[in-house]
Design a protein around this ligand. Structure first.
Ligand SMILES: NC(=O)c1ccc[n+]([C@@H]2O[C@H](COP(=O)([O-])OP(=O)(O)OC[C@H]3O[C@@H](n4cnc5c(N)ncnc54)[C@H](O)[C@@H]3O)[C@@H](O)[C@H]2O)c1
Ligand SMILES: [Zn+2]
Length: 377
């Protein structure tokens, strides 16, 4: 690494996976330097950029310019924006486009966008020619702190979210923190929920720091870079310990079992609920559920809810607009979620702030009566 490239407000985190180790570079202006960063690691590579129409409008041309300056050939595929894009027909289309561009196994697919683009593109890279290289250029906060790191890729099916996919690690992650300025406030807050999640899993000091500094993180500058880097470090630590989710990595699903059920219940309609909002509500529910099981103090659930409320995130099922299906249908969504093993529900529960753990024998009757209590009907 050329230290001259580093600026005071840039951070680097390595995901230590042996021969497949890779860097996450975090800081402003990275799209402008993407060509140089990619050439340094993947010399001679040709590329296909996959992006969505919102992100393309702002950042496709700057990325193409940066690649051109580094003599990297590229082609571009622009998909519709939104969660509904994570489906098979788009995967097929992108596979054909990548093959049309005559990219070989050693070439790279570049995911320029949020988690939707990252998950779909990573899946394509994982299966075309039995595994191509790929680079994540995450443009949403959620993607920068979570989905671009760790190699989980995939799409949704009629049965639920992320049910089809592969583990496929990127060769590089370039998180340009400047691009977050064009992200809507709502999407920024949604990504922030995942950031808070790391504090609540096992970094109580980080959670406390966020409670005190969230305004600086929202404002941008060094606090934002620092918080993103801390989040990437937290994720990298978990991924390094348990790449394929045999145990510990499941902690990253804190708030997601409830959250995914709520997303499914709203038909993945991003106008009603985006992923990070589902995670915020789900995380509060996970803390309340833990309190109900006498594992944690209700004060902790209250503290988590208070922080999400302070930043403007939803915290209750009742905060979702429109009519929701009844508790037993929510329960079906939970049972359908992939965190079910041999009929027992696996939940991430907590003993307090930063003390989450994997519980794999949660009785579904308890979950159902809890949902009946929390359902706004
Ligand atoms: N693979 C993983 O480990 C992992 C982890 C967490 C979440 N996810 C997945 O990530 C997805 C959610 O990701 P997301 O929240 O980024 O959603 P997204 O990709 O839909 O992006 C959110 C919205 O913001 C727009 N956008 C993105 N960057 C922008 C920018 N810089 N300026 C303006 N607009 C911008 C997008 O076009 C989209 O409309 C879900 O499908 C979830 O399952 C995956
Ligand atoms: Zn998530």
């Amino acid at each position: 690494m050329n230290m001259a490239d580093q600026t005071a407000d840039e951070a680097r985190v390595t995901v230590p996976l042996g021969a497949r180790a890779y860097d996450i570079v975090i800081g402003p202006g990275l799209i402008g330097r993407a060509g140089a960063e990619i050439t340094a690691r993947l010399p001679g590579v040709r590329t296909a950029i996959v992006t969505d129409e919102n992100v393309a409008a702002h950042y496709l041309a700057p990325l193409q310019d940066s690649l051109r300056e580094a003599s990297i050939k590229s082609t571009a595929v622009i998909l519709p924006a939104g969660e509904k894009t994570k489906r098979f027909d788009h995967v097929m289309q992108v596979c054909e486009d990548v093959l049309d561009a005559r990219l070989e196994r050693g070439d790279a697919v570049l995911a320029l966008g949020g988690g939707v683009i990252g998950d779909l593109t990573g899946f394509v890279a994982g299966i075309v020619r039995r595994g191509m290289r790929f680079v994540q250029i995450p443009t949403s906060l959620l993607a920068q702190v979570d989905s671009s790191v760790g190699g989980k890729t995939g799409i949704n099916t009629a049965h639920g979210k992320n049910l089809v996919g592969v583990f496929h690690q990127p060769a590089l992650v370039l998180a340009d923190t400047g691009v977050l300025d064009t992200l809507s406030d709502r999407e920024f807050r949604a990504g922030y929920a995942e950031m808070v999640k790391y504090g609540l899993i096992d970094r109580p000091d980080f959670f406390a720091w966020l409670e005190g500094h969230w305004r600086d993180v929202f404002a941008g500058g060094p606090a934002r870079v620092r918080a993103i880097a801390q989040s990437c470090q937290a994720k990298a630590d978990v991924v390094a310990a348990d790449e394929h989710e045999h145990g510990h990595r499941a902690l990253l699903n804190l708030g997601h079992t409830f959250g995914h059920a709520l997303e499914a219940a709203t038909g993945y309609d991003g106008k009603r609920l985006v992923h990070g909002e589902g995670v915020a509500i789900g995380t509060v529910l996970a803390h309340q559920f833990s309190a109900r099981l006498n594992l944690a103090s209700p004060d902790d659930a209250q503290r988590v809810a208070a922080h999400f409320q302070a930043v403007g995130l939803p915290t209750r099922i009742a905060d979702i607009e429109g009519v929701l299906p009844p508790p037993d249908i929510l329960m079906n969504h939970i049972a359908q979620d992939k965190k079910v093993k041999k009929g027992k529900l696996t939940f991430i529960l907590t003993r307090g702030i930063g003390q989450s753990f994997v519980a794999d024998d949660v009785p579904s009757s308890e979950v159902l009566s809890f949902l009946k209590e929390k359902h706004p009907q």
